[in-house]
Design a protein around this ligand. Structure first.
Ligand code: FES
Length: 147
């Protein structure tokens, strides 16, 4: 069994046993090139227990988060030892989906690049990626979503 299939299987078994684990949607196959998870939302917040996301174990790691009832997915990236950012994957130039590179995001359509915090590094985009406020407390990351 491939590692990603084994992980999905273990998550399904955990769910059946009453354990709540994050659900992987895709592993590197989505437009951002990141592993995508589905996150429940409560009161406009997505809450991640970070030790359940191995992709975020090191600085520069990132995941894509699909949030039901939210208009788009969100990229969550570890930007420092205890620093995280949550940004939109939608390029502010003409709306293509950015891809994660080791230390920045790049738009495949016209080459705009963004820092891991979403700031424009190189155009043609002129505006930063949309950012979502985050709170990091006790190894738990809370992402505040806008309506
Ligand atoms: S749509 Fe991203 S650079 Fe044009």
């Amino acid at each position: 069994m491939a590692p990603s299939n084994r992980r999905i299987f273990l998550q399904q078994v955990g769910a059946l046993a009453g354990t709540i684990l994050p659900v992987i949607i895709t592993s590197g196959g989505c437009a951002t090139g990141l592993t995508a998870y589905r996150s429940p939302v409560s009161e406009g917040k997505a809450v991640l227990k970070l030790d359940e996301y191995p992709e975020l174990a090191s600085v520069g790691g990132a995941i894509e988060l699909e949030v039901p009832s939210h208009h788009e997915s969100i990229i969550v990236v570890r930007t420092g030892e205890e620093m995280y950012a949550a940004v939109s994957p939608t390029c502010t130039h003409l709306g293509c989906t950015v891809r994660k590179e080791p230390s920045f995001f790049r738009c495949p359509c016209h080459g705009s690049t963004y820092s891991l915090e979403g700031s424009v590094v190189r155009g043609p985009a002129e505006k930063a990626l949309e950012r979502y406020p985050v709170q990091f407390i006790n190894n738990q990351l809370t992402i505040l979503l806008r309506p």
